[in-house]
Design a protein around this ligand. Structure first.
Ligand code: FE2
Length: 383
């Protein structure tokens, strides 16, 4: 089967590597740089050393500090405008997926004229080469640091979606696990399960390939082993490092294999109720694996073995239910919230199922209907 391998983002990985940001920017020829992050990251003081490092090397710095969760399109335009006015030659994101996705598209808008809306669908104008872009994740989940996609909220429709193009790729991604040390347990759990979903959906995707399987399976293995440890003790640098590596590899996996039902549900719940992305994707991922198992027997075997399950002699159906049980157990262990925990009612599931159909369901190995998603959500409601 022919396939694409597009995951080509260069990465600098390791403890304290973020302190090489200035040096790397200089190497790229950057003199004026726009930093992009949110108020939480600012209050935690995470950008301070990185910015000081750049300024000490003579780089002029500009700031957009108001990144929002599920970034609305107009906030990305605001961010881009600061960079255009200052005529920056580089953009640096410090944060989770929302900051990185805001920076990716704001960087695109440095050389491609607004409005942003013309670049979101198919058939828009071809992109001109954007400025230099460095992405520095402070969570271990999104994988956005190595993907060619960005997810934004369309303020007119309320739907989540966005462009996918190699012009959105980072010039360099700097993955520094030390920056994830301060993440509270609930964000560690949510973002860690986002990485799990990227990997599990990629491995069972209709577009999986042998290489996305390799990195996806290793990401599943690492999440199962190290996410509970990182949730329990945020200062465990080994667990943090393994989770950073897992999230990056899960990003590589889904960049080519794409996600499916988990992220369709995740985007709907994010848009409707602002449930944190990883939590929204993962609260039914066990039931989703059970649902698709029949149509991806090799995929579900790969997920099960990566999770460390003994599946000798088990039927595909049995393996699907074993994977579902193991994911429910993992979700409980790390304290992931269910739909019921979020105060949602069973009567609301129908609309959630309907809205989920707008997501990447076409990459599911098994045909997806509204009824199928409703069945998945009903089983997962308080599981
Ligand atoms: Fe995700």
């Amino acid at each position: 089967m022919p396939f694409n391998i597009n995951h080509l983002t260069p990465v600098l990985f390791g403890a304290n590597m973020s302190l090489r940001t200035g040096m790397r920017l200089k190497g790229m020829g950057c003199k004026k740089v726009l930093f992009v992050y949110d108020q939480g990251i600012k209050k935690a003081g995470i950008p301070d050393k990185i910015v000081a490092n750049c300024e000490a090397l003579g780089i002029k710095t500009y700031f957009y500090e108001d990144v929002q969760a599920d970034p609305p399109d107009y906030t990305v335009e605001e961010c881009a405008e600061i960079g255009r006015k200052a005529k920056v030659d580089g953009v640096v994101a410090i944060g989770g997926g929302s900051s990185m996705d805001t920076a990716k598209v704001a960087n695109l808008l440095q050389t491609n004229p607004p409005p942003l809306s013309q670049y979101l669908g198919f058939g828009g104008p071809p992109f001109k080469q954007p400025k230099k872009l460095i992405l520095i994740p402070t969570t271990s989940g999104t994988g956005s640091e190595v993907t060619n996609m960005a997810v934004l909220t369309d303020s007119k429709t309320g739907n989540k979606g966005g462009p996918a193009n190699n012009m959105l790729r980072a010039t360099l991604s700097i993955v520094d696990p030390v920056l994830t040390i301060g993440m509270p347990p609930s964000i560690t759990a949510d973002t860690g399960m986002d990485a799990f979903c990227h990997a599990a959906e990629a491995v069972t995707s209709g577009q999986a390939n042998p290489q996305s399987d390799l990195v996806g399976m290793d990401a599943i293995r690492l999440v199962c082993e190290y996410l509970p440890k990182a949730v329990k003790n945020g200062k465990d640098l080994e667990a943090r490092t393994k989770m950073s590596f897992a999230a990056m590899n899960a990003g590589y996996a889904f960049n080519d294999a794409i996600t499916h039902i988990g992220h369709s549900i995740g985007h709907a719940l994010g848009a409707m109720y602002h449930i944190p992305h990883g939590n929204a994707c993962a609260l039914a991922i066990g039931e989703i694996m059970e649902y698709v198992a029949s149509d991806t027997p090799d995929g579900i075997r790969r997920v099960a073995t990566s999770m460390g399950l003994n599946i000798d002699g088990a039927s595909t159906e049995k393996i699907g239910s074993m994977v579902c049980d193991a994911i429910r157990k993992l979700n409980k262990e790390i304290g992931l919230k269910t739909l019921k925990d979020h105060g949602l009612k069973r009567e609301q599931l129908d609309e959630m199922a309907e809205r989920s159909l707008a997501g990447p369901v076409m990459f599911s190995p098994k045909k997806v209907t509204k009824e199928a998603i409703l069945g998945i959500l009903t089983k997962a409601y308080d599981a």
